[in-house]
Write a protein that binds this ligand. Structure first.
Ligand code: PMP
Length: 425
């Protein structure tokens, strides 16, 4: 294949320069096998970011590849205007994974589309317009979801979210109320009574914020907020784009870690192990409001993505991936906390299962974000063969969200590489 330099030159000429690369010295990935990626020289990297939390079962997982190839050879696309079994079979399988009355599936292609649709459903169903979202949230880059973002870095001043109100971020590490979920929930009640007519369309939140830096919501937050929102006539939307499909280890869905059942659940990324697939799952009652509108999605629920998504669900069950997230994630968190004792720059280690954040600060007291250091360590880790992510408003949080086939040995290797890279600062 072409060299990195040739690809870089072609990109420069033909690709929008806004499509950014992660590393100062970019890597050229030509092949993937489960939790490993290979560059053009055959060098192997341990992938602890999974294509931004998307490769859930592993790169080119053979059973998922087989399902995709098989379906592609028979029928790739017709749109949903004709009957096809793959979309119906897949919807049944996905619904079987949902608690309560969350049984109606609408398939789309990306997390942005899914959240966009969820916000629209909430507004159509309730007849209200106001939405409560969280500061530090990320829900996508459609006009409506950019408006719901609570990170100015993703808003660009062009889609400011008319009708969206941003509540306090219930962040145990940096938030004003520490770990007291109930106090943060009071802020939502206050927001509803002061900034809306007392009626809202809904509330949207990730259970562990992803792009915002793997921030867990303070315990007890969601149950209290859901009550306030429902009392104001609103529906509760859980953005499971990153936290779904067993990644948190203890539960299949992130919202279950706070003991709530939402009214609308959005999912993307890991749902397709890399295929463009996303879904909105809701109750029959809420789903039916959409029948009043002419609504359509050209690629949503196409046979190939449906077959691939179905295979993902089967693989997660068969290979006990949720359990693996609990075991390996627990081990990784423990080892990272030991590392925190050694390196004062590590301000916080947090997360659940294989959805982990490591926040770097220049001073543990003032918590000043160590932004430059994070970028430097990320680059160093890559040079040593480990790919992690970074995020948070200040770009000072390592995001460790590998394919869910990550092993304890992989975790140990990652920690050793992080340890060494931090020592080199
Ligand atoms: N919600 C969350 C929590 C996300 O992390 C993302 C993607 N980073 C999105 C929504 C948007 O998904 P997509 O990029 O597929 O539109």
């Amino acid at each position: 294949g072409p060299s990195s330099q040739e690809i870089l030159e072609k990109r420069k000429q033909f690709l929008n320069p806004a499509i950014f690369l992660y590393y100062k010295k970019p890597i050229n990935i030509v092949e993937g096998k489960m939790q490993y990626l290979y560059d053009e020289t055959g060098r192997r990297y341990l992938d602890a970011f999974g294509g931004i939390v998307t490769v859930s079962c592993g790169h080119c997982h053979p059973e998922i590849v087989d399902a995709i190839v098989h379906q592609t050879k028979i029928l790739q696309h017709t749109t949903t205007i004709y009957l096809h079994h793959a979309v119906a079979d897949y919807a049944e399988a996905l619904a079987s994974k949902m608690p309560g009355n969350l049984k109606v599936v609408y398939l789309v292609n990306s997390g942005s589309e899914a959240n966009d649709m969820a916000l629209m459903m909430a507004r159509l169903y309730t007849g209200s317009f106001d939405i409560v979202a969280l500061r530090n949230a990320y829900h996508g880059l459609s006009a409506a979801t950019m408006g719901a973002a609570g990170l100015h870095t993703w808003k660009h001043g062009v889609a400011q979210g008319f009708g969206v109100h941003h509540a306090l971020n219930p962040n145990p590490y940096r938030g004003v109320h520490g770990s007291d979920g109930k106090l943060y929930a009071e802020d939502v009640a206050d927001l509803i009574s002061s900034a809306t007519p007392g009626k809202v369309a809904g509330f949207i939140a990730e259970t562990i914020q992803g792009a915002g830096g793997a921030v867990e919501l303070a315990p007890g937050y969601l149950p209290a907020v859901y009550e306030h929102v429902r009392n104001a006539g609103g529906v509760c939307i859980a953005d499971e784009v990153q936290t779904g499909f067993g990644r948190t280890g203890s539960h299949y869905w992130g919202f279950e870690t706070q003991g709530v059942i939402p009214d609308i659940v959005t999912m993307a990324k890991g749902i397709g192990n890399g295929l463009p697939l996303a879904a909105v799952v809701t109750t029959p009652e809420i789903a039916s409001t959409l029948t009043k509108c002419l609504h359509f999605n050209t690629f949503g629920g196409n046979p190939v993505c449906s077959a691939g998504g179905h295979a993902v669900i089967k693989v997660i069950d068969k290979e006990r991936r949720q359990e693996n997230c609990a075991v390996v994630g627990g081990h990784l968190l423990e080892r990272l906390r030991q590392l925190q004792e050694k390196h004062p720059i590590i301000g916080d280690v947090r997360g659940k299962g294989l959805m982990i954040g490591v926040e770097l600060v220049t001073d543990r007291g003032t918590k000043v974000p160590a932004k430059a250091e994070t970028a430097e360590v990320l680059e160093k880790m890559k040079d040593l063969g480990v790919l992690a992510g970074k995020g948070g408003l200040h770009g000072n949080v390592f995001r460790i969200k590998p394919p869910m086939c990550f092993t304890k040995q992989d975790a140990d290797y990652l920690v050793d590489v992080l340890d060494y890279s931090l020592a080199m600062l």
